[in-house]
Design a binder for this molecule. Structure first.
Ligand SMILES: Cc1ncc(COP(=O)(O)O)c(C=O)c1O
Length: 355
C-alpha cells in the first residue's frame, strides 16, 4: 500500500467503504477521520436552525453532544436506564413533549439501543443519529447496527472493536446523505474532490457547503481493512472474555455487571461493573493500577462536566438514573488479547480490594 505512493484518501478508503458496506448488509458507507467527524457530518446534513433542540443522553462521550453544538443546536441532556446505561425511552418521551428537532442515540458499550427509541423518533418524525462508536459488530432487530439506519456513526479509534488507529464512518440508507457526506468531509469541495490530485484531474475547486477536514487517509484505511478481515475472530475472543468475566463476577456479592444479563446482539465493547454503594472508586482503580491493570470510567455524565453544566439544558424528567450510577461504574479491561488467566487475575485483584 505504501509503495503505491498514494497516502491520503483514495482506492484503499474506497475498498474499505465497500467492505464495510458488505459487512453491514449494503448501506452506503462514507469513511471519515473519526466518529466525531461522522457525527458532525450527520448533524450538518440535517440543516438545523440555530437554537434547534437536540436530545442527547447524558451518559456518553462529549463528542456525541458537541456535534450538535457545532451544528448550532442547543443540547438537551436526557436520562439513561440504569440497567443498560442506554437512552431511557421515558426520558425521551418527556422531552418530545417539550419539542426536540433531532436525537443522538448512543449504543452504549456495544449494547444496541432499544427499538422503542427508534419507534418514538419515527412516530414523532424526528431524525435519529445513531452514535455507534461502541457498536461495530452489534446486531439488533433490523440486522447489523448500521445496516438499516439513515445516520449511523462508527469509530475506528485505537480502543474500538475494529480499529484503524483513528478513523470512522457514516453508514446510511439515504443516497442524498451519502453524497452530502462525501462532499462535507473534504471542506465541501465536492463529491469527487478526493480525486483532485490524480493524474489527469482537471478539477476546478468550488465550495458547495462549509464542510470540515474529515476524510480517512488510505494508510489508515489499509489498517482498517486488515482488521475487518479478522473481525469475526477478534469478536469471538472478546465475547469469550466477556462471558468469563460474567461467570467469575456472578458469584461476587454486591457487584453487578451492566447490563446484568448478557445481550445477544452486543458488540461487547465494554465490560462495566457497578461497584457496591459507597466504594471509593479511585482507591480501587489505584489498587488495580499498582498491579498493572488498567481501568476506566465510561462515562462521567455530561451534566457533570463544566461546559455542559453551564450551557446545556437537562430534559424535563431529569437525570436521576444517570446520577444513581455515576460514582459506581468501573470499566475493566476487555479486548481480544485477554486470556482466561488474565480475566481471572483482574477479578481476583478487584475482589480483594472491595470493602
Ligand atoms: C460514544 C462515543 N461517541 C463518539 C466517540 C468519538 O469517537 P472518535 O474518537 O472516533 O471521534 C467516542 C469515542 O470514544 C465515544 O465513546
Amino acid at each position: 500500500m505504501l509503495r503505491s505512493g498514494w497516502l491520503t484518501t483514495g482506492t484503499e478508503a474506497e475498498a474499505f467503504e465497500a467492505e464495510l458496506s458488505e459487512f453491514l448488509g449494503g448501506p452506503e458507507v462514507v469513511s471519515t477521520s473519526s466518529c466525531t467527524a461522522a457525527l458532525e457530518i450527520a448533524l450538518a446534513s440535517l440543516a438545523l436552525e440555530p437554537g434547534a433542540r437536540v436530545g442527547v443522553p447524558t451518559w456518553t462521550f462529549p463528542a456525541s453532544a458537541l456535534a450538535a453544538v457545532r451544528a448550532g443546536a442547543d443540547v438537551v441532556l436526557l436520562d439513561v436506564e440504569p440497567t443498560t446505561l442506554n437512552l431511557s425511552s421515558e426520558s425521551l418521551e418527556a422531552a418530545f413533549a417539550e419539542g426536540l428537532d433531532a436525537v443522538v442515540g448512543v449504543h452504549f458499550g456495544g449494547v444496541p439501543l432499544p427499538a422503542e427509541v427508534r419507534e418514538f423518533c419515527d412516530s414523532a418524525g424526528v431524525p435519529l443519529v445513531e452514535d455507534a462508536a461502541h457498536a461495530f459488530g452489534a446486531t439488533d432487530d433490523r440486522g447489523p447496527v448500521g445496516g438499516a439506519g439513515r445516520f449511523t456513526c462508527f469509530s475506528f479509534y485505537a480502543t474500538k472493536n475494529l480499529t484503524s488507529g483513528e478513523g470512522g464512518a457514516l453508514a446510511t440508507t439515504d443516497p442524498e446523505v451519502a453524497s452530502f457526506a462525501r462532499c462535507y468531509r473534504l471542506h465541501g469541495l465536492g463529491e469527487g474532490s478526493v480525486d483532485r490530485y490524480r493524474p489527469g484531474s482537471l478539477d476546478t475547486p468550488d465550495v458547495a457547503v462549509p464542510g470540515i477536514k474529515g476524510n480517512l487517509p488510505d494508510v489508515l484505511a489499509a489498517l482498517g481493512r486488515s482488521q475487518l478481515a479478522r473481525f469475526s475472530a477478534l469478536q469471538a475472543r472478546r465475547r469469550h472474555a466477556a462471558v468469563r468475566y460474567r461467570e467469575r463476577l456472578g458469584d461476587v456479592e454486591d457487584l453487578e455487571v451492566v447490563p446484568a444479563d448478557a445481550c445477544v446482539g452486543s458488540a461487547d465493547h465494554l465490560l462495566v461493573v457497578l461497584l457496591p454503594e459507597g466504594t471509593d472508586r479511585s482507591h480501587v482503580r489505584m489498587q488495580l493500577s499498582e498491579r498493572g491493570i488498567g481501568s476506566s470510567v465510561h462515562f462521567p455524565p455530561l451534566h457533570r462536566l463544566s461546559w455542559f453544566h453551564d450551557h446545556a439544558a437537562v430534559g424535563p424528567s431529569g437525570v436521576a438514573g444517570a446520577e444513581s450510577m455515576a460514582d459506581r461504574v468501573l470499566s475493566l479491561p476487555l479486548h481480544p488479547g485477554l486470556t482466561d488467566g488474565d480475566v481471572d487475575r483482574v477479578v481476583d485483584v478487584l475482589v480483594e480490594d472491595l470493602p
